[in-house]
Every structure is written in C-alpha cells, then in structure tokens.
Design a protein around this ligand. Structure first.
Ligand code: C2E
Ligand code: MG
Ligand code: MG
Ligand code: MG
Length: 292
C-alpha cells in the first residue's frame, strides 16, 4: 500500500513538472514572438559624475511594449527566460541594439558608453568573448570603450576562473566590467579579488537606507573604501534624492545613477535630456566646498 502511494506521489509530481515544463515552453514561445515582433525596447538611464556635472555613460534597461498590457518591466518577464535557450538569443538582441544606439549617439557627436546587463549563463558560454568581438566588428566605426557590461555576483557563482579569463579578454577589447548590485549576492570579497573588474555598483537598497540605517550607511562607506583599495571605480545606484547624492559626494563617491538624475528613457528622450542636464545646485556647491 505504501509502495502504491509512493508511486502515486511520484506520478503526480511528474505530471506537475510536465505541466510546468509546458508552461515554460509557452512563456518562452510568447517571449520569442515578442522579440521577433520588435516589442522589446532598450531604455537608457544616465550615469553621471556628480562632482564634475558630466554624463559618463548610460545603462541599457529592457522594456516590453506589450500590445495589451502596456509597458512591462524586466522583473515581470526576464525570470521566465532564465535558463532557457531564449536567454542568449535575447542577450544577443540586447547587445546588437545597444551597439546600434552607441552608433546613433556617435553619429550625433555624443560620446556615451552604454552598459548592458549580461545574464550569467550567457557570459559563461565558452565563446562569449569571441561572440562579442564578432558583434562589435559589425560596427567598424565603433569607438573603443563605448560598450560596457554589468554582471551580478551570481553571474560567476560556480567557477570564477573561466569568467575571469573571459573578462580579461573583454578588457583587451576595451569592454570593461561592472559588478552590479554589490553586497546583495554571495562571496563579494572573493569576486573583487579574483575578477578583473573596473567598477563596483553599490546596490540601491543600501543607498535607500543609508540616511536612516547605520548598518546601510556602514555598508555604503565600506564599499566606497573597498573600491578605493582595489582601485575600482564605484557608482551608487538608486539615488532618488539630491540629499542622497550630496551625502555620497561627501563620502567620496562621485558617480551616480538614479531617479533624481533621470529615469530610464527611450533613446530620443535620452538625447534631449543630455542636451539640458545640469547637476543640481547642492552638488555643485558641495563640489566647490570640497575643492576650496
Ligand atoms: P539593475 O541592472 O540593477 O538595474 C537597475 C534597476 O534599478 C533598473 O530597474 C532601474 O530602472 C532601477 N532604478 C534606477 N534608478 C532607480 C532609482 O532611483 N530608484 C529605484 N527604485 N529604482 C531605480 P529595471 O529597469 O526594472 O531592471 C531590473 C533588473 O532587470 C536590472 O537590475 C537587471 O538586473 C535586469 N535587466 C534589465 N535589463 C536587462 C537586460 O537587457 N538584460 C539582462 N540580462 N538583464 C536586464
Ligand atoms: Mg545593471
Ligand atoms: Mg543594480
Ligand atoms: Mg538589480
């Protein structure tokens, strides 16, 4: 009797996972269709130097212009791609689209390096660096250093060695790497030690909490210090208020990204925004105070 129950359980589990597999397939098919129908769009969010008042780059963030549901954010559809074949097909679209955008900006006299987020399995493909070199070679006029990547700590979780090797090759190609969401993943310090990074991004959760929470503040200060020790650039994510920016400036973090500077926006809006942006007065004053 026990045996039969066991077998039943096994059968039920199997049916459930088959349903789940079918659902994943259906989602993936839908997402692939959306991709072929040009429903995805890359928005750009500026990265600025608060001290100098300059735009140092932009991060490409995907949006889905869904025909019925409107504008969808990556949190609602990227997880469904995770681990499927679509992940690298989508990743290729992101890279190609970002390269096109770099060229559009370049042709208008705007030098703006664009950072793309690369999913772990895509980065971990053995030929990732060669593949990226090929994509870049499609744009012979591409300015060196105009494509950057962002990876999260989970991206290299198993086996840092091949990832470090890939990142070194990217560096040779002029593609620098930022470690995204720093402090929220695993083995942060090992990553800093073993990966050839250029930039660390302070996760927005710490920036959000730093004014009220001594622990978050300590982490922000710690990451800024770590970045300095390792000779990495550090950029704060999720800077939502001018006051947060001023505080970061005081702590020695000049680079920032966040809603108080600009939200992610379509390419045309970004071009327009670039023509008009000025650092908020308190940042200019903080800078003047620092240098006097
Ligand atoms: P991320 O790379 O850490 O991107 C930062 C996220 O914070 C973005 O959310 C951005 O819109 C949001 N953000 C920026 N400034 C602020 C702020 O001041 N306040 C708040 N509350 N949020 C801010 P988004 O666009 O929803 O993207 C979420 C995540 O999805 C990204 O996190 C990234 O991991 C992933 N993602 C987005 N686009 C792509 C892509 O093209 N490829 C891959 N593989 N992942 C992507
Ligand atoms: Mg990112
Ligand atoms: Mg982040
Ligand atoms: Mg994130």
């Amino acid at each position: 009797h026990a045996k039969r129950a066991g077998r039943n359980r096994f059968f039920q589990f199997d049916a459930a996972s088959e349903r789940e597999a079918q659902q994943v397939l259906a989602h993936t098919a839908l997402l692939h269709l959306a991709l072929t129908q040009n429903q995805f769009e890359l928005y750009l969010q500026p990265k600025v130097d608060m001290r100098l008042g300059t735009v140092i780059g932009a991060e490409a963030l995907v949006r889905w212009n869904h025909p019925d549901k409107g504008l969808l954010f990556p949190g609602s559809f990227l997880p469904q791609m995770h681990g499927t074949a679509l992940e690298s097909i989508f990743g290729a679209w992101v890279v190609d689209t970002a390269l096109d955008m770099v060229m559009v900006l370049h042709n208008r006299g705007l030098v703006v390096p664009i950072s793309v987020n690369i999913a772990a399995p895509h980065l971990q493909q053995a030929n990732f660096a060669d593949w990226l070199a090929q994509r870049m070679a499609c744009h012979p006029q591409l300015p060196r250093g105009s494509l950057r990547i962002e990876i999260t700590e989970t991206a290299a979780l198993y086996n840092l060695e091949p990832v470090a090797h890939t990142l070194l090759r990217l560096r040779d190609m002029g593609v620098s790497t930022a470690l995204d969401d720093f402090g929220t993943g695993y083995s942060s310090l090992t990553y800093l030690r073993r990966l050839p990074l250029e930039t660390i991004k302070i996760d927005q959760s710490f920036v959000r909490g730093m004014q009220d929470d001594a622990g978050d503040l300590a982490i922000v200060q710690g990451v800024i210090g770590l970045a300095r020790s390792f000779d990495y650039r550090v950029i704060a994510e999720g800077v939502e208020t001018v006051a947060q920016g001023s505080m970061l400036l005081q702590m020695g973090c000049d680079l920032a990204q966040g809603y108080c500077i600009a939200r992610p926006m379509p390419l045309e809006d970004f071009v327009h925004w670039m023509e008009h942006w000025q650092a908020p007065l308190p940042w200019q004053q903080a800078t003047a105070a620092l240098s006097s």
